[in-house]
Design a protein around this ligand. Structure first.
Ligand code: HEC
Ligand code: HEC
Ligand code: HEC
Ligand code: HEC
Ligand code: HEC
Ligand code: HEC
Length: 498
C-alpha cells in the first residue's frame, strides 16, 4: 500500500512500529488478564499505564517524522507549498486518510476501554497497597486485619468526584518521585492533612444519628511473670444513650451529635497535647471554654494555632492501620494459641527481646530466634530440655505477630502512630478527660471512671469479681501498685513499661 512521500522516513517508520507493537501487546495482556487474573499488581501497571504511554509516544512520532521530512524538503527546495492540498484522488493521500480515520476510531474506542480500566486500576487496593511494596506494607498489612479489610483504600483516602481524583493522582506523581529517589520520610507522617474529611467517608457507612447499642469489650491479657498469669476485664462501653436518645446523657458519641460542637487546639504534631477545648451546645448556643489548669495555652499561640472541630478521626484515628504494642500482640498470640501460655516466662522474655530497635525485618526475626533460644538454654536449662517444641512454636508465634505489627524498614512501630481510643498506653481520651481541663466557672471535663464505661468483670488468674449488666465495679489494678493509678495517668507508667 502506497502512502504519502513524507511518511517514508525513519522516525515515522519506527513510530508506527512502536505504536503497533504496543497496541498488540496491550490487547494481548488485556485478554490474558481478563481471562486468568484480576489484572492487579504490575501487570495492570504495564497494561493500562506504561504501554499506552509508550504507544502514544510512537503515534506522535509518525506526524512528527512527516513534519520534519517535509520541512527538510522545503529547505532543500524540493517542496514549495506550505499548506498541503488534501487530494483524495491521489491514491497515496487516500490510503493515508483511510488509515488515519480508521486508526483514530480504533484508538478512541480502545482508549475509552483502556482509560476506564486505568481508572479502576489506579483506584484498586493492589495499586495503592502493593505497588510500592515496602513503603505501603505497614499500612496494607494492618489494613488486611482490620474491620475495614473490605473497604477500598480510596473510599477513606480519596473523595468523590473528578477534582479529588486529579488531586490524588497529582500528589501520587509526587509520591512516585519521592519513592524513586528515596526522598520519603520514614515513617510517613500523620495526621494526614488532605485526608478525605470524616464527614464524607466514615459517615457514609456509620452516621452519627444511627443508634449504636452499648458495646461489650472483653480484654484478656497476660502478666509478664513466671506463669504468664491471665488477667481478664470486661467493660461495657457507653457508646449509646442509657435509656432514650434524647437529652444530654448520650455517652461517648455525644461528641459527634449534630447538636453539639467540640473544638480544640493541639500543641503537638500528633494532636496528643490539648490545652484548650471549646464546647458549644448548638441548641442553646451556650459556650464553655475549658483550659488546662497546669499547662495553659499561651495567649500569643491562641491566634496562630489551628482550631480543629472534633470528628470521628480524633478518637478513631487508626480505624484500619493499627500497629499494636508488643504487650498487646503477644497477648494476641497467646489468645490465638500460636504462643503457648504454658511456657513459663515467655511473655517476660518476649517483651525484653522486642524492646530492641532493629534495622531490618530479617535481623529482627533472627534476633528473636537466637535470643529466646539462648535465654532458655542458659537461664532455664530444665525448661529448655523438656519443652524444646514449645519454645520453637513460641518463637514462630512471636515472629509472626512481630511481622504484622512492626516494620523496621519503614521505622513503623506502635509508638510511631499512637492510637487515641482508650487511655492505657497513650493519653487518648485523657488528652481532654484528665481532670485538669477547667472552665472559668470551675466546671471540669469529667473524668470519673464510670463516665465512659463500667467494669462488669475483672480479675487475675482465678480470682474473678463480677457484677450484673447495669452494675459497676471499682477498678482494681491487676498488679499491686497501691493507689498509684488514681494519682498518675495510666499512660505515665504504661507508655514505657515495655
Ligand atoms: C476505614 C478507612 C481507611 C481505609 C479503608 C484505609 N485507610 Fe489509610 N488511613 C486512614 C486513616 C484514618 C489514617 C490516619 C490519618 C491520620 O492519622 O491523620 C490513615 C493513614 C494512612 C497512611 C499514613 C500512615 C499511617 O499509618 O498513618 C497510609 C500510608 C495509608 N493510610 C494507606 C492506606 C492504604 C494503602 C489503604 C488500602 C490498602 C488504606 N490506607 C485504607 C483510613 C483508612
Ligand atoms: C464502606 C463502608 C465503611 C466505611 C466508609 C467505614 N466503615 Fe467502619 N465499618 C464498616 C464495616 C462493614 C464494619 C464492620 C462491622 C462489624 O464488624 O460488625 C466497620 C466497623 C467499624 C468499627 C467497629 C469495629 C472496630 O474495629 O472497633 C469502627 C470503630 C469503625 N468501623 C469506624 C470507622 C471510621 C472511623 C471510618 C472512617 C475513617 C469508617 N469506619 C469508615 C464499614 C465502613
Ligand atoms: C470521643 C471519641 C469518639 C468519637 C469522636 C467517635 N467515636 Fe466511635 N467510638 C468511640 C469509642 C470509645 C467506641 C467504643 C470502642 C471500643 O469499645 O473499642 C466507639 C465505637 C464505635 C463504633 C463501634 C460500635 C459498635 O457497637 O460496634 C463505630 C462503628 C464508631 N464508633 C463509629 C464512629 C464514627 C463513624 C464516628 C464519627 C462520625 C465516631 N465513631 C466518633 C469513640 C468515639
Ligand atoms: C478534644 C477533647 C476531648 C477528647 C479528646 C475526648 N473528649 Fe469526651 N468530652 C469532651 C468535652 C468537652 C465533653 C463535654 C464535657 C463533659 O461532659 O464533661 C465531653 C464529654 C464526654 C462524655 C459525656 C457525654 C455525655 O454528656 O453523656 C463522654 C462519655 C466522653 N466525653 C467520652 C470520651 C471518650 C471515650 C473519649 C476518648 C475516646 C473522649 N471522650 C475524648 C472533650 C473531649
Ligand atoms: C473519657 C472516657 C474514659 C474515662 C474517663 C475512663 N476510661 Fe477507661 N477506657 C476508655 C476507653 C475508650 C477504653 C478502651 C476500650 C477498648 O479498648 O476498646 C478504656 C479502657 C480501659 C481499661 C482496659 C484497658 C486495657 O486495654 O486492658 C481499663 C482497665 C480502664 N479503661 C479503666 C479505667 C479507670 C480505672 C478509669 C478511671 C481512672 C477510667 N478507665 C476512665 C475510656 C475512659
Ligand atoms: C505506677 C505505674 C502504673 C500505673 C499508674 C498504672 N499501671 Fe497498670 N500496670 C503497671 C504494671 C507494672 C503492670 C504489670 C505489667 C505486666 O506484668 O505485664 C500493670 C498491668 C496492668 C494491666 C494488666 C496487663 C496489661 O498490660 O493489660 C492492666 C489491664 C492495667 N495495668 C491497667 C491500668 C490502668 C487502666 C491504669 C490507669 C487507670 C493503670 N494500669 C495505671 C503499672 C501501672
Amino acid at each position: 500500500m502506497k502512502l504519502p512521500n513524507s511518511y517514508y522516513n525513519t522516525m515515522s517508520f519506527f513510530g508506527s512500529l512502536i505504536a503497533g507493537f504496543c497496541f498488540i501487546l496491550i490487547v494481548f495482556l488485556f485478554v490474558i488478564t481478563s481471562v486468568f487474573t484480576d489484572g492487579g499488581g504490575y501487570i495492570g501497571l504495564i497494561t493500562f499505564i506504561i504501554l499506552p504511554m509508550i504507544m502514544i509516544v510512537g503515534l506522535l512520532m509518525i506526524p512528527l517524522g512527516m513534519y520534519l521530512k517535509t520541512r527538510r524538503e522545503e529547505r532543500s527546495g524540493k517542496e514549495e507549498t506550505r499548506w498541503k492540498v488534501i487530494d483524495l484522488n491521489n491514491k497515496r493521500t487516500r490510503n493515508a486518510m483511510i488509515i488515519f480515520v480508521v486508526g483514530t476510531f480504533v484508538i478512541l474506542f480502545a482508549s475509552a476501554i483502556g482509560s476506564y480500566n486505568a481508572f479502576h486500576y489506579t483506584e484498586s487496593n493492589e495499586f495503592c497497597g502493593t505497588l510500592c511494596h515496602s513503603v505501603m506494607s505497614p499500612e496494607y498489612t494492618a489494613y488486611q486485619q482490620s474491620s475495614h479489610a473490605h473497604v477500598k483504600c480510596v473510599e477513606c483516602h480519596v473523595g468523590e468526584g473528578a477534582d479529588w481524583y486529579v488531586r490524588s493522582k497529582l500528589s501520587g506523581l509526587y509520591q512516585v518521585y519521592s519513592v524513586t529517589f528515596n526522598k520519603y520520610p520514614k515513617p510517613i507522617p500523620t495526621p494526614i492533612h488532605n485526608l478525605r474529611p470524616a464527614r464524607e467517608t466514615c459517615e457514609k457507612c456509620h452516621w452519627p444519628n444511627k443508634f449504636y447499642s452499648n458495646r461489650i469489650v472483653n480484654i484478656r491479657s497476660y502478666l509478664a511473670d513466671t506463669f504468664n498469669t491471665e488477667c481478664n476485664i470486661t467493660l461495657k462501653m457507653k457508646t449509646a444513650a442509657s435509656i432514650s436518645t434524647s437529652g444530654h446523657s448520650e455517652g461517648i458519641h455525644r461528641h459527634i451529635n449534630p447538636k453539639v460542637k467540640i473544638e480544640y487546639i493541639a500543641t503537638s504534631e500528633h494532636r496528643d497535647t490539648i490545652p484548650w477545648v471549646r464546647y458549644t451546645d448548638l441548641e442553646t448556643n451556650e459556650v464553655t471554654i475549658y483550659k488546662d489548669e497546669y499547662e495553659p495555652l499561651p495567649e500569643e499561640k491562641m491566634l496562630s494555632s489551628e482550631t480543629r472541630t472534633m470528628d470521628c478521626m480524633d478518637c478513631h484515628n487508626r480505624p484500619s492501620h493499627l500497629f499494636n504494642s508488643p504487650t498487646d500482640y503477644i497477648d494476641d498470640g497467646i489468645n490465638k494459641g500460636t504462643i503457648p501460655k504454658e511456657l513459663p516466662y515467655i511473655k517476660q522474655i518476649a517483651l525484653q527481646v522486642l524492646k530492641v530497635k532493629f534495622s531490618t525485618a530479617d535481623s529482627a526475626l533472627n534476633f528473636i530466634n537466637d535470643s529466646i533460644t539462648k535465654y532458655y538454654k542458659e537461664e532455664h536449662p530444665e525448661i529448655y530440655n523438656k519443652s524444646k517444641k514449645l519454645i520453637d512454636s513460641a518463637i514462630s508465634g512471636i515472629q509472626e505477630e512481630f511481622g504484622k505489627n512492626s516494620f523496621p524498614q519503614m521505622n513503623v512501630y506502635h509508638t510511631s502512630y499512637v492510637n487515641h481510643i482508650g487511655h492505657q498506653e497513650s493519653k487518648g481520651c485523657f488528652r481532654c478527660h484528665s481532670g485538669t481541663m477547667v472552665s472559668e466557672t470551675g466546671k471540669k471535663i469529667r473524668n470519673d471512671c464510670n463516665l465512659c464505661h463500667t467494669i462488669l468483670l475483672q480479675g487475675v488468674d482465678t480470682l474473678i469479681q463480677s457484677t450484673f449488666v447495669n452494675g459497676a465495679l471499682e477498678f482494681k489494678h491487676p498488679v499491686d501498685i497501691d493507689e498509684a493509678w488514681k494519682e498518675a495517668a495510666c499512660s505515665e507508667c504504661h507508655s514505657d513499661l515495655y
